[in-house]
Design a binder for this molecule. Structure first.
Ligand code: BES
Ligand code: MN
Ligand code: ZN
Length: 519
């Protein structure tokens, strides 16, 4: 998609050459300053064919006095980024299926700034996406190939900056969404490793390292490996690096859950809707997607991406309820429920993160059904004891229209994880399940500032519109950009936290379970 800016106002709006002209009007500014357009708007309102309200659109073919052969009016509740983005999405829906529309011009009665421009790129991307990888018969993507934002010349610089930032984020969102949509037999741990390598080949600021089972065993990641025991697919541990800052600058580490399919293991999930567990690598996809965005946007900071990835399958070699495994941190875990596997792969990645002496670590995971019960599909769940980090993430989410809601992490919730046979169990009860999952992870994050995003409700949509959302690439990218811009105010490693790394004394090699059946 080709994004442009063109300076025009007032009467000139009716003379714009494009296949379609989209006019977004806010309730308190329902006119354009073009006589021809304002007459059409007035007519539409008086004939009750349209009203200037959020969600209301009108398509007009061969509008009188307008050069563009197609005109769409779209109402916005107000001039907020959210409202304008929604109105643009509605307007695009009117033209995207019309084969003759290749070039769209868009103008708005409210003053557009960089944030509006960034969000509208997102809206265009969302409106024109078609999944085709394993469905080549899907309708061809829209003919739409060029979008020109038309506004006063003074807005030009801001709009151009927003359009280019928006394209970087959109490329990241698109990668995350596509990886999520890929079926589990295509998107395997090996495939995710190849995708990481592909990013590093394509973009010179990205480096990738992909560890195989032998290397993972050597690290002592006994908890991670216990999840892969039942699967024929080999696990991978992906390490991505984006080096945009000074060597001395502490990196931000992103850790993404990469379960390429979650059957539940021996604690097998019910059959209905189980296909959606192909999205259980949404955290991993958001890390890869965020790196894709970083490659475009090139902020001045250092970022590490860690992705533990495997399948969770039942078999004769699978981990059983009651098995005790030893994590890389040395802490032992009683696997009471093999379906609580996300935390088992994340905890070892969180221990691995210590070696980077990070400014902060953020893990992203489709971790619990309980988080969906709590927050539905609007906000991602944010868990952190660190107010500064939590506030920065919440603000980034609001800015990117990819919001999170903060949840509690009081120690009392951790009582549910007590075990008679290991340092901890991997599940508490049903109650507060998203919180006990976060508390479990916190036991591996004592060496640094840490936040956890539970994206179980936000990473994909169910039902007729089933599909990946690419969330929370928008939030994460915005957070990283803000950190790069913050200079001295950026989040720094906590001095007092460096002093006490997680216990590593009892590091014992993971029990390796033979994956071949005995003769
Ligand atoms: N991947 C699931 C979480 C999930 C479930 C995400 C449904 C989105 C929709 C995770 O591995 C899981 O199975 N969690 C269990 C934890 C339980 C056993 C404590 C859950 O939420 O049921
Ligand atoms: Mn599970
Ligand atoms: Zn899972």
């Amino acid at each position: 998609m080709d994004y442009r800016f063109s300076a025009a106002q007032g009467a000139a709006l009716s003379q714009i050459a494009a296949d379609a002209l989209l006019v977004v009007l806010t309730a308190d500014q329902p006119t354009t300053g073009s006589e021809a357009l304002d007459k059409l708007i007035k007519d539409a309102v008086s004939s009750k064919d349209w009203e200037c309200k959020a969600g209301k659109t009108l398509y007009i073919h061969r509008p009188a006095g307008v050069k563009a052969p197609r005109l769409v009016l779209s109402g916005a509740a107000d001039a907020s980024v959210k409202a304008i983005r929604a109105a643009v999405g509605k307007a695009l829906a009117e033209v995207k299926s019309r084969g003759g529309v290749q070039h769209v011009a868009l103008t708005c009665s409210a003053v557009l700034d960089a944030a509006h421009a960034q969000a509208l790129v997102q809206a265009v991307d969302e409106a024109t996406y078609v999944y085709r990888q394993t469905k080549p018969s899907a309708p061809k993507p829209a003919a739409l190939s060029k979008l020109t934002v038309v506004a006063a010349a003074e807005q030009g610089a801001a709009i151009k900056a927003g359009l280019s930032a928006g394209q970087g984020v959109a490329a990241g969102v698109a990668l995350a969404r596509e990886l999520g949509n890929l079926p589990g037999n295509h998107c395997t741990p090996t495939f995710l490793g190849q995708e990481a390598r592909r990013l590093s080949r394509e973009f010179k600021h990205i480096k990738a390292e992909v560890l195989d089972r032998a290397a993972i065993e050597k690290l002592g990641m006994g908890s991670f490996l216990s999840v892969t025991n039942g699967s024929a697919q080999p696990p991978r541990f992906i390490v991505l690096r984006y080096e945009g800052g000074a060597k001395s600058q502490a990196p931000i580490v992103l850790v993404g859950k990469g379960i390429t399919f979650d059957t539940g293991g021996i604690s097998l999930k019910p059959g209905a809707g189980m296909d959606e567990m192909k999205y259980d690598m949404g955290g991993a996809a958001s890390v890869l997607g965020t790196f894709r965005a970083l490659a475009d946007l090139k902020p001045k900071l250092n970022v590490i991406g860690l992705v533990p990835t495997c399948e969770n399958m039942p078999s004769g070699t699978a981990t059983k309820p009651g098995d005790v495994v030893t994590s890389m941190s040395g802490q032992t875990i009683e696997v009471l429920n093999t379906d609580a596997e996300g935390r088992l792969i994340l905890c070892d990645a969180l221990t691995y993160a210590e070696r980077f002496k990070p400014a902060a670590v953020i893990d992203i995971a489709t971790l619990t059904g309980a988080c969906v019960v709590a927050l539905g599909h609007v906000h991602s769940g944010l868990f952190s004891a660190d107010d500064e980090l939590a506030d920065a993430l919440l603000a980034a989410g609001r800015q990117a229209l990819d919001t999170a809601w903060r949840m509690p992490v009081d120690e009392e919730y951790g009582d549910a994880l007590k075990s008679n046979f290991a340092d901890m169990g991997n599940v508490g009860g049903r109650d507060g399940g998203a919180i006990t999952a976060a508390i479990f992870l916190s036991k591996f994050t004592k060496a640094y500032r840490w936040a956890h995003l539970d994206i179980a409700g936000s990473a994909w949509k169910s039902g007729a519109a089933k599909g990946g959302t690419g969330r929370p690439v928008g939030l994460l990218t915005q957070f990283l950009l803000s950190q790069a811009d913050a200079g001295a105010a950026a989040i720094k490693p906590m001095a007092d936290k460096k002093a006490k790394p997680a216990p590593a004394a009892r590091r014992v090699p993971a029990k390796r379970v033979a994956t071949k059946r005995p003769a």
